[in-house]
Design a protein around this ligand. Structure first.
Ligand SMILES: [Zn+2]
Length: 252
């Protein structure tokens, strides 16, 4: 992170130095540093501000199915039934507020042998990129307290839409949380039906992929749960198993 900020500062200094001789170049230099920081904040695969693992090591036909934004009283029980029917394991990146409303669902997820992970307390999609250290602390610690009250201590974290900020890496480190990204996502709100979503998330499928799908009311009707059902069926057809990898398996 400090290297990024240093490069940003250097671009500002360079812009000031050349502004008299070449105003156009100065403007370009001024914006260059900001563009670099923005890239590492908003682009999910960028690792400059906080590391988000995007694959795992495996010699078998295994993938990691991750389901964000729950728990949801309508979807989670259906998803748990599907996972059981397919002998699949998954990680649920849950929102703290939802967990507080439905603690029994958190206990049902863990009782079924799946992992519960941290996806912030309020899912602050709009302002997470510019959150102050205090707000980052509240997002992390309120959800941690909520989950601990259900008997879960998460070790993995995924920010909303993969957006990072300047304080995230140190805040995660202080709480023993590992950042997890994805190698493919369903993008359920993009055009298409459940089959299109399943095709999108399974495109370029290979062992060690981290697949991202969502549950809850933000997923369009007709895609809710159905996309996950199709993904599980197609993984079965291709001989893939859904596993939750250990810490030592995580890759960039
Ligand atoms: Zn989310």
């Amino acid at each position: 992170m400090w290297l990024l900020l240093l490069v940003n500062l250097a671009s500002k200094v360079a812009a000031i130095l050349v502004v008299g001789a070449a105003p156009g170049a100065a403007l370009g230099l001024w914006l260059l540093g900001d563009a670099l920081v923005a890239y590492h904040v908003f682009v999910p695969r960028a690792q400059g501000l906080a590391r988000m693992h995007r694959r795992f090591t495996t010699a078998r036909r295994e993938v990691w199915l991750t389901i964000d934004d729950g728990p949801d009283p309508q979807d989670t029980p259906q998803i748990l039934a599907l996972l059981a029917a397919h002998g699949a394991h998954a990680t649920f990146f849950v929102i703290g507020e939802n967990a507080g409303r439905h603690p029994a669902l958190i206990r049902a997820i863990t009782a079924a042998g799946h992992e519960v992970a941290h996806h912030t307390h309020t899912h602050p999609l709009v302002w997470f990129w510019c959150a102050t250290p205090g707000r980052v602390t509240r997002e992390l610690d309120t959800a941690l307290a909520t989950l601990r009250a259900t008997g879960v201590t998460p070790t993995r974290f995924r920010p909303p839409a993969g957006i990072k900020n300047l304080w995230l890496a140190s805040a995660l480190r202080a709480r023993g949380l590992t950042g997890i990204g994805w190698s493919a996502r369903g993008l359920e709100r993009w055009p298409g039906d459940a089959s299109v979503v399943a095709t999108r998330v399974l495109r370029g499928l290979s062992p060690g992929a981290i697949l991202l799908l969502h549950e809850g009311p933000a997923v369009p009707a007709g895609i809710r749960v159905e996309a996950i059902r199709l993904v599980l069926e197609r993984l079965d057809e291709q001989g893939y198993h859904c596993v939750v990898p250990g810490a030592e398996q995580l890759e960039d």
